[in-house]
Design a binder for this molecule. Structure first.
Ligand code: DOR
Ligand code: ZN
Length: 430
């Protein structure tokens, strides 16, 4: 489906359930938008402009995905800034942060500017995350201040961990002084080695080289200690293990300034899915055990895990249509995230609508120290439109993303976003 971006002169969202826990709003009413501003929240009669019928639909603050791989520059055959933004909008996101592990990595001012320019006129706001070390090589820190001036929203060597404790310490000190977090990919490389799946009963049965939970937890523990020592702003990416949740919970209880994310795939799949050697179940960190999944959900519920991000990782067909051991790590997620979370968590009463809004809209902005996005009269109109009842079947041939790699093809889901509004633009996907 080709995406159509409309300019908003004035639009009326009619009879919507408008929900924003930030302003304690949960009401069936109308929203009048003029250009990029919310003019009125309340009944509007006599309106001649464009009207979107939102009966039995929900309007929430525009969702943000803080962990996306856009592949530009260097691998534009997998994704570009624009196709990634289209995919984000199709999945209900109005904002995203993109990781710097492009080719070459985003590690200087002009690289950050390049990404910002590419996304300049899109409905979706793009916040580049810049590399912690030059070339993500784990040796020398980048010019962080310079890149923040150019619009970087945080720092990460994602794809890899920040290699040494000394680098992590300096990175946290500088980034925190500049008001932005360091986002770490927690993996002790000496333990993950050439592993391709979670270490447990199933890897033993399959005889596959594996990645133990402690590969993640050792770096989580290291980072928490350094964050505590430096009072730095630490964000832990794609948390996948019960032990990591426990460590983060304990650190938070002592006031360490740490936030954490997990991804939809860890919440809906376990390492059981790897039995068929489907390379679309290969990602890093790997799908973990049922107990890990249970503890991630508990961590989401009790506030240990602050946000759900997709780790949208586009790969070409040839990178996945090969033996499991040599296939690339990662799956795309922008266009399935909402439906998966709605169907498998909200419908099953494991997460409330308000919690979903906090995890997928409010917290990512707080973590990256970005302006808040509230549904209030006079505020910028940055909104996601949700159809909570629609039944749909995942079909990656209809995706906006250039890549199709994900294990959810033909899954039946309930709940989908059907539009986004931001920056005076609107995309309706029905
Ligand atoms: O599965 C993954 N894919 N994990 C990462 O950390 C990197 C990502 C990628 O860039 O493909
Ligand atoms: Zn990633």
């Amino acid at each position: 489906m080709a995406i159509k971006i409309e300019q908003v002169k004035s639009v009326l969202l009619k009879n919507a359930r408008v929900v924003d826990p930030q302003v304690k709003l949960d009401q069936i009413t109308d929203i009048l938008i003029e250009k990029d501003i919310i003019r009125k929240i309340g009944p509007v009669r006599e309106f001649k402009g464009k009207t979107v019928d939102c009966k039995n639909k929900i309007v929430i603050p525009g969702m943000m995905d803080m962990h996306v791989h856009l592949r530009e520059p260097g691998e534009e055959h997998k994704e570009t800034v624009i196709t990634g933004c289209h995919a984000a909008a199709a999945g209900g996101f109005t904002e995203l942060a993109c990781m710097p592990n492009t080719k070459p990595p985003i590690d200087c001012r002009s690289d950050v500017e390049f990404i910002k320019e590419r996304a300049e006129n899109h409905l979706v706001n793009v916040h580049p995350i810049a590399a912690v070390t030059i070339g993500q090589a784990g040796e020398q820190l980048t010019e962080m201040g310079d890149m923040i001036e150019a619009g970087a929203a945080g720092f990460s060597d994602d794809g890899k961990p920040v290699l040494t404790a000394a680098l992590m310490r300096r990175a946290l000190e500088y980034a925190t002084m500049l008001g932005k977090p360091v986002i770490d990919h927690c993996e002790d490389l000496s333990l993950s080695e050439s592993g391709v799946m979670h270490e447990g009963k199933i890897s033993a049965v399959l005889g596959m080289p594996s990645i133990p939970s402690i590969a993640e937890e050792i770096i989580v523990a290291r980072d928490l200690l350094i964050a505590e020592y430096t009072e730095g702003l630490l964000h832990l990416a794609h948390i996948s293990t019960a032990g990591a949740v426990r460590l983060i919970r304990e650190a938070k209880s002592r006031g360490v300034r740490v936030t954490a994310e997990t991804c939809p795939h860890y919440l809906v799949l376990t390492d059981e899915a790897v039995r068929g050697f489907n390379t679309l179940t290969k990602m890093n960190p790997p799908l973990r055990s049922e107990n890990d999944q249970k503890m991630l959900i508990r961590g989401l519920k009790d506030g240990t895990i602050d946000t759900i991000a997709t780790d949208h990782a586009p790969h070409a067909i040839e990178d996945k249509e090969c033996e499991f051991q040599v296939a690339a790590f990662g799956i795309i997620g922008l266009e399935t995230a909402f439906g998966l979370i709605w169907t498998h968590l909200v419908e099953k009463k494991l997460l409330t609508l308000e919690e979903l809004i906090l995890k997928m809209s409010v917290h990512p902005r707080q973590i990256l120290q970005l302006p808040e996005n509230k549904i209030e009269s006079g505020a910028p109109a940055n909104l996601t439109l949700v159809d909570p009842d629609i039944m749909w079947t995942v079909d990656n041939t209809a995706f906006e993303s250039k890549s199709k790699n994900m294990p959810f093809q033909d899954w039946k889901l309930k709940g989908k976003t059907f539009g986004v509004i931001n920056r005076g633009k609107m995309i309706l996907t029905v």
